[in-house]
Write a protein that binds this ligand. Structure first.
Ligand code: COA
Length: 260
C-alpha cells in the first residue's frame, strides 16, 4: 500500500493538514492534488472545524512545486488536465467557507507558492524561500500563479518572480505583500497555531461572509462588490452570533459564538 501523501490532525477546532512526501520535498503529484481536494471538501463540511492550517512535512520544504518527475512524462493534453486538476483544488481552497492559513515552513516553489497563494493567510518562517521557477523548466505557473500573484502583489512583483524564476527570501516576500508575517523558524508553529486558535474563537458565519465578500469583491466591479457587502451585512443580522456579539459588547462581556 502506498503511504498517504497527506496527514490530518485536529487540535480543537483547528485542523492541520500536512503534505507528507518529505523525500520529494512534498512535491505535488496527481495523488497529492486529489488528496488535498478531498481533505478540503471534508474540512468544509465538518462543523467541528473552524480553521485549517496547511503545511509541509519536514524541516526543509512547504512544497517544492509540482512533481517534475511526473510532469516530465505528460502529453500536452495530459498537462492541461494536470493544470486543471491543480487549479480546481486550489480554487476549492480559496473558496473555503472557513479561514485557511498556509504555514510556510521552507521552500514554497512553483506549485508550492501557488498553493500558499490560494490560502487566505500566509505565515512564513524566516528561512523560507518563495518563488515561481517554472520559467527555468521552460514552463509557466500552471496552478493559478500567473493569475493570483499579480492580483495579490501587483504586476511588477509578479512579473519579476515569474520571468526570473529566482526565489525570494521570506522578508522580501513580506515587503512585496506576498506573506502576512515572517517569524523565526523556531516560533513558526506556535505563532501559526496562536493565530488559528484566535480565529477559531471568532464568529464562523461572519468569517464566512468576510471570506466571501473579499473574494467576490476581487472578481467584480466596486459597485457589485459593495452591493454584495450590504447583502451579506443584512444577512448576518439574521444570525444568533451577530445578536450575541452586539449584546456581549453592550453588556461588557466576552461573546460566546456558536455556528448559527
Ligand atoms: N518535483 C519532484 N521532485 C522534487 C521536486 C519537484 N518539484 N523538488 C525536489 N524534488 C526531489 C528531488 O528530485 C530529490 O529527490 P531524489 O532524492 O529522489 O533525487 C529530493 O526532492 C530532494 O531534492 P534536492 O534537489 O536533492 O534538494 P536540494 O536541497 O538540493 O534542492 C530545491 C532543493 C528546492 C532547490 C530543489 O529541489 C529544486 O529546485 N526543486 C524544484 C523546484 C521547482 O522547479 N519547482 C517548480 C516545479 S513546477
Amino acid at each position: 500500500m502506498t503511504a498517504s501523501p497527506l496527514q490530518t490532525a485536529d487540535h480543537g477546532a483547528v485542523r492541520v493538514l500536512t503534505i507528507h512526501r518529505p523525500d520529494k520535498l512534498n512535491a505535488l503529484d496527481q495523488a497529492t492534488l486529489i488528496a488535498l481536494h478531498e481533505a478540503f471538501d471534508a474540512a468544509a463540511g465538518d462543523a467541528g472545524v473552524r480553521v485549517v492550517v496547511l503545511t509541509g512535512s519536514g524541516a526543509k520544504a512547504f512544497v517544492a512545486g509540482a512533481d517534475i518527475a511526473q510532469m516530465a512524462a505528460l502529453t500536452p493534453a495530459q498537462a492541461r488536465e494536470f493544470s486543471l486538476l491543480g487549479q480546481r483544488m486550489m480554487r476549492r481552497v480559496e473558496r473555503m467557507p472557513k479561514p485557511v492559513i498556509a504555514m510556510v515552513n521552507g521552500f514554497a516553489l512553483g506549485g508550492g507558492l501557488e498553493l500558499a497563494l490560494c490560502c487566505h493567510l500566509r505565515i512564513a518562517a524566516d528561512s523560507a524561500k518563495l518563488g515561481l521557477p517554472e520559467v527555468t523548466l521552460g514552463l509557466l505557473p500552471g496552478f493559478g500563479g500567473s493569475q493570483r500573484l499579480p492580483r495579490l502583489a501587483g504586476r511588477a512583483a509578479a512579473l519579476e518572480l515569474c520571468l526570473t524564476g529566482t526565489p525570494v527570501s521570506a522578508t522580501r516576500a513580506l515587503e512585496l505583500g506576498i506573506v502576512n508575517r515572517v517569524v523565526p523558524v523556531a516560533e513558526l508553529e506556535a505563532e501559526t497555531m496562536q493565530l488559528a486558535e484566535k480565529l477559531a474563537q471568532s464568529a464562523p458565519l461572519a468569517m464566512r461572509a468576510i471570506l466571501d465578500a473579499v473574494q467576490v469583491g476581487g472578481e467584480c466591479s466596486l459597485d457589485q462588490g459593495l452591493e454584495y457587502e450590504s447583502a451579506q451585512f443584512g444577512l448576518l443580522f439574521s444570525t444568533v452570533d451577530a445578536r450575541e456579539g452586539m449584546q456581549a459588547f453592550l453588556e461588557r462581556r466576552k461573546p460566546a459564538f456558536g455556528n448559527h
